[in-house]
Design a protein. Structure first.
Lengths: 204, 192
């Protein structure tokens, strides 16, 4: 659902998404240094692989987005990470599209970046249990944000997508729960073993 | 860094808990039998596009016929007259799949070769033209019927994301990071 293919969105939406993605990726790249680059690559690789696999659900299927987790660990560097993964998915597997890559990058990365920015300080200060809870809420917010942005992208492109736009938000509900659980688990694990990985995200 | 690697490895291992289902890309499968187009729309991984909108278009993108796919994503329609058609399936939420069926798929071997100057020499003198038509039609239908499962299998294999491809993608991301680090070190070296 977050991988909108070519030929669906209108040119103004594609152009706006492309410009916004270019600006955000530039911002993200500027935040990179030698220590952060390997981390970004590994998280991007995880997003690339995990979002290829989905579980059939009703008329469609869902797959992990990891927006919240990426936002917490990477901060602004989430934009180049998502762009690189989406680019490879589009070229190698035809998932998503090349013309819509800017919109898809923003739809997935922006909610993750914002949620990460809000929840990273809370996660850094909380104990393990609370950090997991905040991590789960962060992931749920990121998924909801992506759902709303995908919905808006479709609606802004054509009024024909009005019905789909309304349905798309509800279709994200199962993913919201799964993503919150996975992120909560990951955050509790990192918080217990290497908390500074989450604390550093604040400076991104 | 070791922690991030172990976390990623754990997440990747968790993938084995799922069937070989991949991201929800919509695909269309269709064959022609007895002049009728039949097929189904499905998401890569196997789930069928239930109740999706199916539009049959001509060469100029003009709408010929519109219908809703069944509960199993299946559709069936007979174009009249037979012509090149484009099947556009829209499952909503931006999931659109297309497939073009060429006119020759409707006509059978006989129609394709009727312009062939050598047809007369190929024809069996003991058969009337009507018998030849009937045999060719019957053979076409039988071949279409028997090759359909093979085509379905081929389609499923083609859309399956292969482990090697995923590993290749991961390798490319790590390679890009390596290139970025190299560029960064050169810039620092130049500045020093």
């Amino acid at each position: 659902m977050a991988h909108i293919p070519d030929g669906v969105l209108s040119w103004p939406v594609l152009a706006a998404g492309g410009v916004a993605a270019a600006a955000a990726v530039t911002l993200g790249v500027r935040a990179l240094d030698e220590q952060r680059i390997p981390r970004v690559a590994i998280v991007a690789a995880a997003f690339f692989a995990l979002s290829l696999f989905s579980i059939p659900l009703g008329p469609s299927s869902v797959h992990l987005l990891l927006g919240g987790l990426m936002g917490l660990i990477l901060g602004a560097a989430i934009f180049p990470a998502v762009l690189a993964a989406l680019l490879l998915q589009a070229v190698m597997f035809g998932f998503g599209g090349l013309t819509s890559i800017g919109v898809n990058t923003i739809n997935i990365a922006l909610p993750g970046a914002i949620a990460g920015m809000i929840f990273a300080p809370l996660v850094a200060q909380a104990d393990v249990a609370r950090a997991a809870l905040y991590g789960g809420i962060c992931a749920a917010c990121a998924v909801l944000g992506t759902g709303l942005m995908v919905s808006f992208s479709l609606y802004a492109s054509s009024p024909d997508f009005a019905a789909s736009s309304r349905i798309v938000v509800f279709s994200y509900a199962p993913l919201l729960i799964v993503e919150a659980l996975v992120t909560g688990f990951c955050v509790s694990f990192v918080k217990r073993v290497k908390p500074e990985l989450l604390a550093r995200a604040r400076s991104a | 860094m070791r922690l991030v690697l172990s976390l990623v490895a754990g997440l990747l291992l968790s993938l084995t808990a799922f069937s070989p289902a991949e991201a929800h890309r919509l695909r269309v499968f269709a064959t022609v039998e007895k002049g009728e187009v039949s097929g189904y729309a499905y998401f890569v991984g196997g789930a069928r596009a239930k109740g999706a909108s199916v539009v049959f278009r001509d060469r100029t993108d003009g709408e010929l016929h519109c219908m809703s796919a069944g509960g199993d994503g299946a559709f069936r329609w007979r174009p009249d007259p037979p012509q090149t058609i484009k099947i556009v399936v829209d499952a909503g939420e931006g999931h659109v799949g297309t497939l073009v069926i060429d006119r020759s798929r409707f006509m059978g071997a006989r129609a394709q070769t009727e312009q062939d100057a050598d047809e007369a020499t190929l024809a069996d003198a003991s058969l009337s033209p009507l018998s030849r038509d009937l045999i060719e039609k019957t053979v076409d239908e039988a071949v279409a019927r028997h090759t359909r499962p093979l085509l379905e299998k081929f389609e499923a294999m083609e859309t399956r994301t292969r482990f090697n491809d995923i590993m290749g993608g991961i390798g490319m991301i790590i390679g890009m990071a390596g290139a970025a680090l190299w560029a960064l070190s050169r810039r620092k070296g130049g500045a020093a």
